[in-house]
Design a binder for this molecule. Structure first.
Ligand code: GLA
Length: 487
């Protein structure tokens, strides 16, 4: 190989990695997946008028049947989660235990858990760190004024008794600034039951909704919860999905540090298969949630879902990207036309030549006109993902403490390789990568990638690191590809 004169490309490697302090309950090592009642079925309690759409045991049994029989479980959708409005409006007068609604859950939650477990699924249920849930059912706090006075231990034991596997702990009816001192204690109560119960927390989202995002203690969320909400409730519309994408991009440098095995930022449910998203928009939500390593909880009616929408939810390639063991939050690394076109990059396994493979999503947000050919310079995309690459390398070392199947993966050398490979002539380096102007000599390395289309499920033409990656994208749609280095 010829040596050439080169310009040094300094790369900022100052990211502090916080990925080691996740809640140590062994759960959610990859983003949890399942089905959740809320967005589609809300708090419908009138089973006379709406026998198929009300919150009762029948709804969860039917969804459990579908999850198993229609192949969702096999793909990883494992949890089936009851949300608000499942209990009586008061606790048992004598024991103070929560009581399931006697009419809608006549055989109790334990019975439903048995039904769900018999199908290989896990059952989740819902509560609230305040005095009442958001819909006004009993919460886990006794009094707003005395936070020590709570039902955390009592209710954690009830969850254990009922064989619950997951608990969503909402944050209504408690002061969002006091919640941080109070709500994390639930994780201790759950732990002391010695049953494995995945914990979803909501207090960060209420702090953020009160415009105090800078004050959220993410380390505490990571230490206490397996996943946590951080933005408003998703609704069945493209506008709502875009608002979640926008906010997540705004805080992506924070997310990428604290998001990973054991503890995940939760952008909320997949609304795919309902009324508000077109097929292209459904693909977009699935692709973005996957490149983020976000929990994948669909909320829809699996008894009556458009097969094309079901196929989006069952896309094994996107699910593989979502479940990648490194668990990195893919970053929005480049954009065009003032953000109307955005490119996201996520480093994933397999490691080759000291660098990871990559998932890339192009999101075209315009809602008019025809499909567009969108091109980004590939080297820029990958080098701009340096924060994510550093997190990936750190994870890789944690996961494979001694044996590293793809060989060593060191972020600094990988980024140097990505910056310099394929460049014989210093003038060919894109201007935004040239800094400092220090000349140095490097080995000439050729790097190019196999490109696989994750949605169309077929290989595309190979691409070289120093060329553009061009994809045709439809309005309000995405293209999603996986890049594996050709060795
Ligand atoms: C809040 C949560 C939702 C849902 C409802 C239930 O709004 O963010 O996900 O659980 O409460 O009332």
């Amino acid at each position: 190989m010829a040596s050439i004169l080169f310009v040094l490309v300094p790369i900022c490697l100052v990211l502090a990695i916080h990925g080691t302090s996740a809640l140590n309950n062994g759960l959610a090592r990859t983003p949890p997946m399942g089905w959740m009642a809320w967005e589609r079925f809300l708090c419908e309690t009138n089973c006379k008028l709406y026998p198929n759409d009300c919150i009762n045991s029948n709804l969860f049994e039917k969804m459990a049947d579908r999850l198993e029989a229609d192949g969702y479980l096999k793909l990883g959708y494992q949890y089936i989660n009851i949300d608000d409005c499942w209990s009586e409006l008061s606790r048992d007068e004598v024991t103070q235990q929560l009581v399931p609604d006697q009419v809608r859950f006549p055989k109790g939650i334990n019975h439903l858990a048995g039904y769900v477990h018999a199908r290989g699924l896990k059952l989740g249920i819902y509560g609230d760190c305040g005095t009442k849930t958001c819909a006004g059912y009993p919460g886990q706090l006794k009094s707003e004024f005395n936070h020590e006075d709570n039902y955390f231990d009592l209710d954690a034991n009830t969850l254990k008794e009922w064989q619950i596997d997951s608990f969503k702990f909402d944050g209504c009816n408690i002061n969002p600034f006091k919640a941080e001192f109070m709500c994390p204690q639930m994780s201790k109560s759950l732990k002391s039951t010695q049953r494995e119960i995945l914990l979803t927390c909501e207090w960060p989202t209420y702090m953020i909704q009160a415009n105090r995002s800078a004050e959220v203690n993410w380390e505490l969320a990571q230490l206490s919860c397996n996943m946590w909400r951080y933005f408003y409730d998703v609704e069945d519309s493209w506008m709502s999905v875009l608002s979640i994408i926008d906010f997540s991009i705004k805080i992506q440098s924070t997310i990428v540090k604290y998001h990973g095995p054991g503890g995940w930022f939760d952008p909320d449910q997949l609304v795919i298969g309902n009324f508000g998203l077109s097929l292209a928009q459904a693909e977009a939500q699935m692709a973005i949630w996957s490149i983020w390593s976000a929990p994948l909880f669909m909320s829809n009616d699996l008894r009556d879902i458009d097969p094309a929408m079901a196929n989006v939810l069952k896309n094994e390639h996107l699910i593989d990207i979502n479940q990648d063991q490194l668990g990195v939050f893919g970053l929005m690394v480049d954009n065009q036309r003032d953000g109307l076109i955005q490119a996201f990059v996520k480093p994933i396994e397999t490691i080759k030549n000291g660098c990871p493979s990559f998932a890339i999503v192009y999101l075209y947000r315009d809602a008019l006109g025809d499909r567009k050919d969108i091109s980004f310079n590939l080297r820029n995309l990958l080098v701009n993902a340096s924060e994510a690459i550093q997190v990936a390398a750190q994870r890789y070392k944690q996961i494979y403490s001694s044996y590293q199947p793809g060989g060593p993966f060191d972020a600094a050398s990988c980024l140097e390789r990505l910056s310099k490979a394929n460049t014989r002539d210093p003038s060919s380096i894109p201007e935004n990568l040239v800094a400092g102007g220090t000349a140095m000599s490097v080995e000439y390395t050729r790097v190019s990638y196999n490109v696989f289309d994750l949605i169309q499920e077929k290989p595309l033409a190979d691409v070289s690191l120093d060329s553009v990656l061009e994809l045709e994208v439809s309005p309000s749609g995405v293209r999603a590809v996986k890049l594996t280095e050709i060795s």
